[in-house]
Design a protein. Structure first.
Length: 319
């Protein structure tokens, strides 16, 4: 797959995302600062200071929207939502249904945010972005770290400070689970869909379903990935599973089984979706439009399928 990136502050519309074996390679994120409630960083938790730039289609950004919602941070941290389509100019803002323009600077393209932070920026132009309006810079663009900040460091500005998805006694298990689901599942759907050789595809899709089979078994004897409490690991798995049958199963050829074919995983997804507030962060229209229209190499005619019909509100059997 070819996507754009910035080199020395200038936009380039093509780059390679694969190794010599045709395997999709996801480059690392670049901004890794932290909001700290204890005053140990330049970024303190202050209402109105921070802004999230997201895509409703992106599972990595979706994680941050869930934590922002469930912690009650909507009034404290603003949000802008890109257009679902991503073309040669990368993510952009528009008046499309559901999109929310950049209210901080009025920028047209997400790449302008990166250039504002660093006029000589070189790297991927991705969402989510946690932006600091006070220092006019990107705090962090790594979703796994952003959700930890929203959960653990922003209690003083949250409407629901007691909500906690990262209990200290489960920290080690949460990190282990996050590591275990990342490459075979969260990134595995992309490794399958963007593979450019048969061998790379089969390697990725095999690892993906081995991991899904494993967690199906785990959820047969525990309610959530790390026990009896919902944690970051669950939300990071949920955003991939939510998209799986509607997009990845067809678009990325991850079609050995659907999530609805897994009794435990399917009930688990429905339970998480039905937690108050979560459905408001789920925008299947943006998801389908993005994947089926943005990846010309995968779907050159950009036809968006009508189905499947998936009822995430149907009863689950998880207590």
């Amino acid at each position: 797959m070819a996507l754009g990136m910035m080199i020395d502050g200038e936009w380039r519309s093509t780059r390679s995302n694969e190794d010599k074996g045709g395997r999709f390679v996801r480059p690392s994120t670049t901004f890794r600062d932290w909001i700290r409630a204890d005053g140990s960083s330049d970024f303190a938790p202050e209402a109105g200071r921070y802004h999230l730039y997201v895509s409703y289609a992106c599972p990595w950004a979706h994680r941050t929207l869930i934590l922002r919602k469930l912690k009650g941070l909507e009034d404290a941290i603003g949000v802008s939502v890109v257009d679902p389509y991503m073309g040669e100019d990368g993510w952009f803002f528009s008046d499309a249904p559901g999109a929310i323009r950049d209210s901080v600077y009025g920028f047209s393209f997400v790449r302008e945010i990166y250039k504002k932070a660093d006029p000589n920026f070189t790297g991927r132009v991705t969402v989510p972005i946690l932006w600091d309006k006070k220092n006019e810079t990107v705090v962090n663009n790594e979703s796994r770290e952003i959700i930890k900040m929203l959960d653990l460091e922003c209690g003083s500005i949250a409407a629901k400070p007691d909500v906690n998805f990262y209990p200290a006694d489960l920290a080690g298990e949460i990190e282990t689970a996050l590591d275990a689901i990342y490459n075979p599942i969260n990134n595995g759907v992309y490794r399958s869909g963007f593979a450019s050789t048969q061998a790379a595809y089969e390697e990725a899709v095999t690892e993906l379903f081995e991991a899904l089979d494993h967690w199906e078994s785990v959820l047969g004897h525990r309610r959530y990935l790390c026990g009896d409490r919902i944690t970051h690991a669950d939300w990071c798995l949920f955003t991939t599973l939510f998209r799986f049958d509607a997009v990845y199963y067809v678009h990325f050829k991850t079609n050995i089984r659907r999530i609805v074919d897994y009794p435990n995983l399917w009930s688990y997804v429905k339970e998480l979706y039905q937690i108050p507030g979560v459905a408001e962060t789920c925008h299947m229209g943006h998801i389908k439009e993005h994947y089926y229209t943005s990846h010309e190499s995968v779907n050159p005619r950009r036809i968006v399928p009508k189905g499947p019909v998936i009822d995430f509100n149907e009863p689950h059997n998880r207590g």
